[in-house]
Design a protein around this ligand. Structure first.
Ligand code: TYD
Length: 203
């Protein structure tokens, strides 16, 4: 089963991931944890460019680097693990590109689809989207390490991203489960766990 986690800055993905890892280990469920960008050695090099704020990238170049990272990720990590029937838990995946490059960088959806569709990336069975008002997320993210190329953006960029995620969740309700991230850490985990258990029982 392929599970992805999505959300914008400060939405609490890292905390949820720690809870989910413990949960899978306790339950002795075989899983791999992975992330984008930068899960493969090749992707780690692409990630350096993507996050480096001294590098100015055209939005389409940024997209192509992210797609190259994803192609390496899918071929070398995701597909082999799915073939072994493992649970794959990925911190960010395809929806990030529609939200950040589509809405954030304002690349038209048809244009994005033109580049993405031929790559035949597998669709997640379940996507957990952690939703948080933008000002709240940015407040939480402040005071962490220095800002990267994305975190430096204006508030409007993040508003567009949040709206895009909410729209994606509406249009893909068969796989995207939204969790209100203003809930407590425990509640967010419990909601995610219940949803994963339900999917596991269905499959
Ligand atoms: P990262 O440090 O992994 O942060 P986060 O905790 O927010 O996941 O940074 C990854 C950044 O890359 C993040 O700001 C979102 C961005 N990104 C895109 O813009 N498009 C994508 O398709 C992906 C996978 C990530």
């Amino acid at each position: 089963m392929f599970i992805t986690l999505e959300g914008s800055e400060g939405a609490g993905k890292s905390t949820l991931i720690e809870h989910l890892k413990k949960y899978f280990l306790n339950k002795k469920i075989e899983f791999i944890f992975t992330k984008e960008p930068g899960a493969t050695a090749e992707g780690a090099e692409l990630r350096k460019i993507l996050l480096d704020k001294t590098i100015e990238l055209d939005s389409l170049s940024e997209t192509f680097l992210l797609l190259a990272d994803r192609l390496e990720h899918v071929r070398k990590i995701i597909n082999p693990a799915l073939e072994e029937n493992k649970i794959v838990l990925s911190d960010r995946y395809l929806d990030s590109t529609y939200a950040y490059q589509g809405a954030g960088r304002e690349i038209n959806k048809d244009e994005l689809d033109r580049f993405i569709k031929p790559l035949n990336f597998p669709e997640p069975d379940l996507t957990i989207y952690l939703d948080l008002p933008v000002d709240e997320g940015l407040k939480r993210a402040q005071g962490r390490d220095k800002l990267d190329r994305f975190e430096e953006e204006e508030i409007d960029f993040f508003e567009r991203i949040r709206n895009a995620y909410l729209k994606l969740a509406k249009e893909n309700s068969h796989r995207i489960f939204t969790i209100d991230s203003t809930n407590s850490e425990t509640k967010v985990f419990e909601l995610a766990r219940d949803c994963i258990e339900k999917k596991l029982n269905e499959s």
